[in-house]
Design a protein around this ligand. Structure first.
Ligand code: MLT
Length: 270
């Protein structure tokens, strides 16, 4: 399905009934990465996934990509779907979008209840890019421009999947490679600029006042467990789940454990 949000078509899926649960994908993937979670959790909850601008079946304009823009798009879609008090889940770049979203829309208004029922921050980090990290984004954008998204798949796969998955799960490797290779260049480059310019979210962590689950794959090389520990230590009452046998895309590498962690978190927040 598609919705016209902030002047572009955003693609989304909306399945099941009950507490709304909205999933935001990683760079440079799309909403299909949440297929195992949608299949299981939509039996009990209203599960929404969206393709961020530049990804999957959403429009991929040349202009403009910032984490604030992604947050505005999310807010627009929530309004379009008349969703209040969602649980918001984001993996890696999806987590960066949630920090931007919380900064813009997550604070209590004084009168009303907190607009977010719960946050799930998976395989992500709160810090901004380092100088070297930013230079790496520029180099990757140049590679995307000269060699196409297939070359980005070659660079990203060893960061996204654990060595064990890379060696023994050709089906999963092919699936992730396809998601990356089909991402439009405006989206790939737009994400890289957006991520390079994102602010430090560590100071925000202490202000987060909604129930939070932090999940990380034990073998995540891109955002290792120490990053998740830092986030969980700074958010009051946050719960930390480390998923054994998973790298960065913990939800695809160990879908059952990942989904179980979400389900048990949702039980605690009612
Ligand atoms: C992602 O999975 O979204 C990326 O690894 C995030 C990043 O490059 O910082």
């Amino acid at each position: 399905m598609k919705a016209k949000i902030n002047g572009i078509d955003l693609a989304y899926s909306d399945q099941g009934q009950g507490q709304p649960l909205v999933f935001l994908h990683a760079f440079p993937l799309n909403r299909s990465m949440w297929e195992p979670q949608v299949r299981e959790l939509s039996k009990e909850f209203r599960v929404v996934t969206l393709d961020l601008r530049g990804h999957g079946e959403s429009d991929a304009p040349m202009w403009r990509y910032t984490l604030d823009q992604f947050a505005e798009d999310l807010q627009g879609l929530l309004g379009f779907l008349r969703i209040r008090q969602p649980v918001l889940a984001g993996l890696s770049m999806g987590g960066y979008v949630l920090f931007a979203y919380y900064r813009k829309f997550g604070t209590r208004s004084g009168k009303g209840a907190c607009p977010i029922k719960g946050l799930i921050l998976a395989d992500t980090r709160a810090q901004a890019d380092t100088v070297d990290g930013r230079a790496g984004r520029v180099a990757m954008a140049q590679t995307a421009y000269t060699q196409g998204a297939g070359a980005i798949a070659d660079l990203m796969l060893p960061k996204l999947l654990s060595p064990a998955s890379l060696q023994s799960r050709p089906d999963l490797v092919a699936r992730v490679r396809d998601m990356i290779a089909w991402t439009q260049l405006s989206g790939v480059v737009g994400d890289l600029m957006a991520m390079a310019e994102r602010p430090d979210s560590v100071p925000l962590l202490k202000q987060i006042a909604c129930p939070t689950l932090v999940i990380v794959g034990q073998d995540d090389q891109a955002t290792p467990p120490a990053e998740a520990q830092l986030i969980a230590e700074h958010i009051k009452g946050a719960r930390l789940e480390i998923i054994p046998g998973a790298g960065h895309l913990a939800n695809l590498e160990q879908p059952e454990a990942f989904t179980r962690a979400i389900r048990s978190f949702l039980e605690t927040i009612g």
